[in-house]
Design a protein. Structure first.
Length: 489
């Protein structure tokens, strides 16, 4: 399965309109998924929020373009009846066909008890309720008129009138072995959260596969999603301080289970604020972040949903997209990139080849996938490109031969600038200056965006021989730059 990188829309921390803006920025920055939490009450009373997830998803579906949208997670067993969830997600999937998933879990006391006045059930009953809710939701999506009487839910002559031909996939959250087996038996996907012992994830994935086997299903067809809690910032102190709002996540199950009041949850969390960072990857080093998130890829997860804790989500999204995302995608795509290196080695890696020739050999006759893969391979130091074409770099030969541990050897991207950015600089220069020079400030204005980033890109372009600087400081396109501007990126 292809790896997808997503954004966790933290409804406990932000109001609906602000959360919508962050989510649209996440999509614009290249995120493949937006997953929203569904809380009736937040983790903190002071400064907390709890917008309703289902109408919010409808708004995001109409405002966004391509991102896959869903809940991580909603509880379809207590404050929501399963039939209402089936109706709502039938509508959502009709409004945004092919882009909606239903992520569900067994719930938390602070969301279910205040909304219903009911005593919060024990773990066994919650798990049984969840299994029965999934059965009923699927019946309502698959059948015309449904009569159902289970241990917990009942419907009579029920019909979901608005539903797509292809129902929304159901992702089942699990933190224990029995829930993981349930996900394997009946789920289209599996969800868990990061920051725990790797052995726990191995056991959960084993139980997922065991449940799938018992149900006669192929476990490889079940998507594995993990919410990766990551606080990345170029300022290490900012990255650390950003975690404090989410101190509740560092509480043990025994500390928070049964707390149904956000005022009390906030009090207990604040008493343990010094532990808040322990559930997060906290770093100002892009390579460190790629390596630590990459560990979840190695475990077998293919949907990485990033939960950033800070109040300044725009800052996180901008810095992560620029500093970390390109290398993380290269890390995620390494199986494909390894195949690319193997193909080049077979073709004759010491020779240079046109991108079209490489695309033909890998069966990508339109060339679009290979073009992106070659750009990622160049970023990762696997291939080299000059005016005559593409050939394997020394590191690419090692990857093709399976030597060493290439996943841990990905070099840092020089200046955190990718080849496509450098080509864009060259193309803009051909348009505004031609053979003449132009001031760096004028070029930066034309490129737009974050000026410090643009200045780093210009430095990288100069090191790459794409531009040179005249005595007066103006930027001039080199012969190599003219070639780059005309290449298929």
């Amino acid at each position: 399965m292809s790896v997808r990188i997503g954004y966790k829309a933290s409804a406990e921390q932000f109001g609906p309109r602000q959360l919508l803006e962050f989510s649209l920025q996440a999509e614009a920055s290249g995120m493949d998924i937006v997953a929203v939490s569904d809380h009736f009450q937040p983790w903190r009373h002071n400064g907390g929020h709890a917008p309703a997830a289902m109408p919010w998803l409808a708004a995001l579906g109409q405002a966004s373009k391509d991102a896959v949208l869903g809940t991580s997670v909603l509880t379809p067993t207590l404050r929501y009846h399963p039939s209402i969830v089936a109706q709502a997600f039938g509508t959502l999937a009709s409004l945004s066909p092919g882009r909606i998933f239903l992520g569900i879990g067994s719930g938390e006391a602070m969301n279910e008890t205040p909304a219903t006045g009911q005593e919060f059930p024990g773990r066994k009953e919650r798990r049984l309720r969840l299994a029965e809710a999934i059965e009923l939701i699927r019946k309502l999506w698959d059948e015309e008129r449904v009569d159902f009487k289970g241990d917990y839910y009942e419907v009579t002559r029920a019909t979901i009138y608005d539903r797509p031909e292809e129902p929304a996939p159901i992702f089942v959250a699990a933190s224990g072995p029995l829930a993981a087996k349930l996900a394997g038996r009946v789920g289209d996907g599996f969800i868990c959260t990061s920051g725990k012992d790797p052995e726990l994830y191995r056991n959960l994935l084993d139980k997922l596969a065991e449940g799938a086997q018992e149900a006669g299903r192929d476990a490889a067809e079940i998507r594995r999603m993990i919410e990766v809690k990551v606080s990345y910032d170029r300022d290490p102190q900012h990255a650390l301080d950003a975690c404090k709002w989410w101190a509740a996540l560092a509480l043990s199950p025994e500390q928070k289970e049964g707390i149904d009041d956000p005022v009390e949850m906030e009090r207990v969390a604040d008493e343990n604020a010094d532990k808040a960072h322990t559930r997060f990857i906290v770093s100002s080093d892009p390579e460190d972040v790629v390596e630590r998130i990459g560990a979840y890829l190695d475990l077998g997860f293919d949907d990485l949903v990033l939960h950033a804790p800070g109040g300044d989500q725009r800052r996180f999204l901008e810095q992560f997209a620029e500093d970390v995302a390109p290398a993380l995608r290269a890390r995620a795509e390494l199986p494909r990139l390894r195949y690319l290196t193997e193909t080049l080695a077979w073709m004759g890696g010491n020779s240079t080849w046109a991108a079209e020739a490489v695309a033909e050999q890998v069966g990508d006759y339109d060339g679009h996938v290979t073009r992106d893969d070659l750009a990622a391979a160049e970023q990762a130091g696997l291939v080299e490109r000059d005016e005559t074409g593409i050939k394997l770099a020394e590191f690419g030969w090692k990857v093709a031969a399976g030597l060493g541990e290439p996943l841990r050897s990905l070099p840092q991207l020089a200046g955190r600038v990718d080849a496509i950015s450098l080509q864009h600089i060259a193309q803009i220069l051909t348009w505004i200056a031609g053979p003449r020079g132009v001031s760096a400030d004028q070029l930066a204005d034309e490129l737009g965006g974050d000026r410090p980033r643009i200045m780093r890109e210009l430095d990288a372009a100069e090191k790459a021989g794409i531009i040179t600087r005249a005595d007066d400081g103006s930027v001039v396109l080199t012969d190599r730059g003219w070639d780059v501007a005309g290449e298929d990126a």
